[in-house]
Design a binder for this molecule. Structure first.
Ligand SMILES: Cc1cc2nc3c(=O)[nH]c(=O)nc-3n(C[C@H](O)[C@H](O)[C@H](O)COP(=O)(O)OP(=O)(O)OC[C@H]3O[C@@H](n4cnc5c(N)ncnc54)[C@H](O)[C@@H]3O)c2cc1C
Ligand code: FES
Length: 267
């Protein structure tokens, strides 16, 4: 499916989720076939600050009158672009390029799946979890593992809970759930009852540990990578990640990913 370059699409809402996070709903055509794990490049119309579009995973499709009327994004305020995004109001407009990238691939015979999100990395997993009711993985066979530094860094928790999913949370400061890293919780759950597939998104360090666990327990694993991105279309080569294997070749996260088989990457 080709990406669509939409100008001046309407913002439906922009709500705070804790102090550093927000959820923005955008009315846009052409996203009915978007897949979990795909992303958009967003820019502010008529502004050259920031100059470059910013990438965001699709968090949810917005359904109105049984049609897909737009998309929702979950964002963390980390710099100039996301701070400006947090100031956008309902009725304002943004430019969107998307849907981009490949998305997660859950085989029809998958029965048990673990989804692991670190901080804002939980965003694409909410879309993934929402897709299961149409497929073979029932809510009872999908488990969510989310981790953050503190309670405020679990912005997708309510969205998972609302879908009736079991959510296992870890915070480094112990302010919510298990005290420690989410990978600790994950390994314990794998030892008890391993899944058929792990899908993960978050910081590189977390993905590296998850890739190692998946290899150790021989579980297929897909990781979604959130690198810096300038163009989102394979033109700037700014999003390269190393392939596994002997040579020095690279993938481009924007065009080859953002979702990869963990075994295909050199962490
Ligand atoms: C495929 C993909 C999907 C993404 N999905 C989401 C999402 O759903 N929600 C969300 O909030 N963010 C997501 N991101 C990250 C988001 O694009 C960046 O946080 C955003 O571009 C920062 O823009 P800024 O202008 O606010 O910050 P900048 O001023 O550009 O940067 C501020 C600081 O954040 C760091 N930074 C910028 N981008 C990243 C990054 N990708 N990873 C780690 N550090 C970064 C910079 O190095 C700098 O230190 C995604 C990134 C990719 C590649
Ligand atoms: S972001 Fe430009 S090549 Fe990937």
């Amino acid at each position: 499916m080709d990406a669509i370059d939409l100008k001046n699409v309407e913002v439906l809402w922009n709500r705070k989720v804790d102090s550093d996070y927000g959820r923005i709903g955008i009315r846009c055509a052409g996203y009915a076939a978007a897949r979990p794990g795909q992303f958009v490049m967003l820019r502010f119309p008529g502004r050259f600050d920031p100059l470059l579009r910013r990438p965001f995973s699709i968090f949810r499709l917005i359904e109105q009158d049984r049609r897909i009327a737009g998309i929702e994004l979950l964002y963390k305020i980390v710099g100039r672009g996301t701070r400006l995004l947090s100031m956008v109001r309902a009725g304002d407009a943004v430019d969107l390029l998307g849907p981009l990238g490949n998305g997660f691939c859950v085989a029809p015979d998958t029965r048990r799946i673990f989804m692991v999100g670190g901080g804002i990395g939980a965003a694409p997993l909410v879309f993934l979890a929402g897709s299961f009711k149409k497929g073979s993985v029932s809510a009872g066979h999908a488990q969510v593992f989310i981790g953050g530094k503190t309670r405020g860094d679990l912005p997708a928790m309510d969205a998972f809970s609302a879908m009736g999913l079991a959510v296992n949370a870890a915070t480094e400061d112990g302010s919510f759930g298990f005290q420690g890293l989410v990978t600790g919780l994950l390994e314990r759950a794998i030892e008890e009852n391993p899944p058929d597939l792990i899908c993960a998104c978050g910081p590189m360090g977390m993905l590296q540990v998850i890739a190692r666990l998946a290899k150790k327990y021989k579980i297929p694993c897909q990781v979604s990578i959130e690198t810096l991105m300038a163009c989102g279309m394979g033109a700037c080569l700014g999003c390269a990640v190393a392939r596994s294997g002997a040579d020095d070749s690279y993938f481009h996260v924007c065009t080859d990913g953002p979702v990869f088989d963990a075994l295909s990457l050199r962490f």
